[in-house]
Design a protein around this ligand. Sequence first.
Ligand code: SAH
Ligand code: SF4
Ligand code: F3S
Length: 445
Amino acid sequence: MADSKKLFIKTYGCQMNVYDSERMAEAMGGAGYVPTDRPDDADMILLNTCHIREKAAEKVYSELGRFKDLKAARPDLRIGVAGCVAQAEGEEIMRRQPLVDLVVGPQSYHRLPELEAKARGGQKALDTDFPEEDKFARLKGRGKARRGPTAFLTVQEGCDKFCAFCVVPYTRGAEASRPAAQVLDEARDLVGRGVREITLLGQNVNAYHGEGAGSGAGGTWTLARLIRALAEIDGLDRIRFTTSHPNDMADDLIAAHGDCEKLMPYLHLPVQSGSDRVLKAMNRKHTADMYIRLIERIRAARPDILISGDFIVGFPGETDADFEATMALVREVRYGQCYSFRYSARPGTPAAERAMIDPEVAADRLARLQALLTEQQQQIQRAMIGREVGVLFERAGRLPGQMVGKSDHLHAVHVTGGGIAAGDLRRVRITDSAPNSLAGVPVAA
Ligand code: SAH
Ligand code: SF4
Ligand code: F3S
């Protein structure tokens, strides 16, 4: 199309934002936009933002500042802010940065083409509603382009948990699940376009309770039921899901980890702290012991499952003893991979009203926790040496003839030789462990 305009999207934050960016690009495709990976080439720049920690939110303003010269040179350029900063700060963004023409929240991006038309006409366009209509039903079809072997699929959005530190219930709204039939259709479409692995996404994905599909289905489906229905799709070889809350880890989901072959042996189950006092102050509604017993039950169902998690250190009121309780929990659980963060006070959340602890103490604790988590990650990676795992290959590596893929346990695996192509699912024997990846050799079929 000679007259098509170009859209540059930059994505911050979680996997749900990655999925949303894909859907926004598709929605804009209907409005005559094709993607570009160069901002200086774009007719529209869209930042899909994250509000989870202060640093993430501030990055947006520094990034916007950098577009000043571009906009001066090309007054036709339109600049938009989407995602969680858009939802949280709305008009404030336009006040702080007059370069911005358009602001759209995560629940209203199906209206992006209308907003773009308004911005193109020279008006400021803002939509941060939580509309009644179903965003997913209103989004245009997903296009027909071939896809890589892995894809994200959002099945649940929003959060009703209100952890005291977290902005998500405010930026993403109340928990809502997509109907199972809609999810199954989208999964079949993805598989038809070359996808072999789907990661189901939700801020609280295991709280999924979507309208059931099929004859006599009636009522709602749990995540486990949805996973079992997805597992029936020929050509879909692997299923994952993220992120889960411990209190929604239902028995049927634990059972699925034991007997659903396509469900991969990896579970991201954040606990945030190992201190009951801090967990209570965080409004997590579970104790450290409940979490540890839950992990035991999951491991009884699937002994080789790799557990990952998230931690916050330096939460208001956290003492040395609280922090030691976190270290003790980590030693007991043995994580394969973790994300850990220093607490960041977020405006509008209950914890933001409380006194911060000494930042040096918090930094020191984070360093100690991260050292322990790194050591555990290395131990678990080294224990993979000599084992045979499935690897879904995604792309060429940096070395000649090298291919990179993900193992069943979500480790990055490098293999050289063996005539492997992107999209191949092969058995690989692990031979070596590097800081953030494994190496292996293909096993003769
Ligand atoms: N829904 C997911 C988490 C989404 S946010 C869950 O409940 O697990 C991802 C991670 O960011 C959280 O698990 C938490 O560890 C971290 N996080 C959230 N708010 C934070 C804050 N105010 N300061 C520091 N880290 C935070
Ligand atoms: Fe945030 Fe807690 Fe909801 Fe996770 S469960 S999104 S940490 S409020
Ligand atoms: Fe960030 Fe919003 Fe995801 S705040 S972590 S982009 S839900």
